[in-house]
Design a binder for this molecule. Structure first.
Ligand code: MN
Length: 330
C-alpha cells in the first residue's frame, strides 16, 4: 500500500509548487531486481541505474561482469534512511533500474560503442552506471559528451590506479588507460584521489599535464600532515564549477572494504572518506553533477562485503544528488 502526501516547496521565493511525496508503507512493495527494491511507475525518472556488465580487459582478478547484478541484490539490505533527506528514499523521486546492457559486440570497440549507445539512450537526467570494468569510462564519456561540452567537464576519479597509461600490453583501451582515453576525447580536467599504484610514465604525465591533479593516498592518509592534504581535496571539490562526473573505481577504497575487487591495493581510502567526497561534490555550489559510474565491483561470494560496500556508496550517490536537488528547488 502506498499513500501520497504533498510537501510545499517555494521556488525563487515567488512560485509555490507541490511535490508529490510517495510514502511506501508496506514491505511487500519491495521489487526484486530493482535497486533498493523500490517500486517504479512509468513516469520520467529522476535517477536511472544503468547496469553495464562489461569485462574484457581485466588484467588480474576477474568477475566484475557479475558486479551490477550483485550490487542490486545487495542493495536490498541497504537502509532507505539518509540524514541528508527529509523522507526515506525514494523521497518523492523516481529511481528507475534499467534493463542491463546486453553485452553484444564481437570486438572491444564494438562493445564500447554498444555501451555508449546504451547509456546515451537513457542517461537523463541523472545516470548511475554500475560496472563492470573501468575500461568502459571512455564509452561513458562519449555518451556524456552528447549532453555537456567535454572540455568543460571535470572528472572526479576515486581510484587506486591513475589509469593514465598510453597502453597496457599493447591495448590502448585497457582499464589501465581509461582516464588517458577520456582526456583524448576532450575531457577538460581530471581530479584523482586515492592513487597509490602507478607507473613512472603516469607520474611524469601528471606532473606535466595541467588537466590532471592527483591526491596520492600516501599524502592524504599520512599521519603527519595527511589532514592538510585531505582538507585541500575537499576545498578543491567545493570550489569546482561547471559539469562534474564521478568515476568511482572500487579499488580506490582500502581492500578491507573491497576484498574481491579486480586489483586490490593496500593503503586505500576509508569508506567515510569516499562518503565525504560524494557529499562534498554533490554540495559544490557552482558545479552541476551530471552523473556517476561505480565500477570494478567483483562480487564476494563468501561474505558479500565488496558488493555491499558498492550498494551503500551507490545509495549515497543517489541520496546526495537528490538532497542537492531539493536544496536547488528551495
Ligand atoms: Mn581504475
Amino acid at each position: 500500500m502506498a499513500i501520497f502526501t504533498y510537501s510545499t516547496l517555494t521556488l525563487c521565493g515567488f512560485v509555490t509548487v507541490k511535490r508529490l511525496i510517495l510514502r511506501v508503507w508496506n514491505v511487500t512493495d519491495f521489487v526484486e531486481g530493482n535497486f533498493l527494491g523500490l517500486p517504479e511507475d512509468e513516469g520520467e525518472p529522476d535517477v536511472i541505474i544503468l547496469p553495464v556488465p562489461y569485462e574484457l580487459t581485466s588484467s588480474y582478478g576477474q568477475g566484475s561482469i557479475e558486479g551490477p547484478k550483485a550490487t542490486i541484490a545487495a542493495s536490498s539490505q541497504v537502509e532507505l534512511y539518509d540524514a541528508l533527506l527529509p523522507e526515506d528514499l525514494p523521497c518523492g523521486f523516481r529511481i528507475r533500474t534499467a534493463e542491463p546492457w546486453d553485452g553484444e559486440g564481437g570486438t572491444l570497440q564494438e562493445q564500447l560503442a554498444g555501451i555508449s549507445e546504451y547509456i546515451s539512450r537513457q542517461m537523463s537526467p541523472f545516470p548511475v552506471v554500475l560496472g563492470g570494468e573501468h575500461g568502459m569510462l571512455p564509452a561513458i564519456m562519449k555518451a556524456v559528451g552528447e549532453k555537456v561540452e567535454l572540455n568543460q567537464l571535470t572528472i572526479v576519479q576515486i581510484d587506486a590506479h591513475a589509469d593514465l597509461r598510453e597502453e597496457l600490453e599493447g591495448d590502448a583501451f585497457s582499464h589501465a588507460c581509461a582516464a588517458r582515453r577520456a582526456l583524448d576525447l576532450g575531457v577538460g580536467n581530471i581530479l584523482q584521489i586515492g592513487i597509490r599504484a602507478f607507473s613512472r610514465e603516469e607520474a611524469e604525465f601528471t606532473a606535466n599535464d595541467d588537466r590532471v591533479q592527483s591526491w596520492l593516498a600516501r599524502d592524504i592518509l599520512n599521519p603527519c600532515g595527511g589532514e592538510v592534504a585531505w582538507n585541500n581535496w575537499l576545498d578543491t571539490l567545493s570550489n569546482l564549477s561547471g559539469p562534474i562526473w564521478l568515476t568511482l573505481d572500487m579499488d580506490g577504497l582500502d581492500p578491507s572494504y573491497v576484498p574481491t575487487t579486480g586489483t586490490p591495493v593496500p593503503g586505500g581510502l576509508a569508506f567515510w572518506q569516499v562518503v565525504e567526497t560524494i557529499e562534498t561534490l554533490a554540495a559544490a555550489t557552482n558545479a552541476t553533477w551530471v552523473g556517476a559510474d561505480v565500477n570494478e565491483i567483483v562480487p564476494d561470494s563468501n561474505n558479500n562485503v565488496t558488493q555491499f560496500t558498492a550498494a551503500m556508496l551507490v545509495t549515497k550517490i543517489v541520496s546526495a544528488h537528490l538532497a542537492r536537488r531539493l536544496r536547488d528547488e528551495k
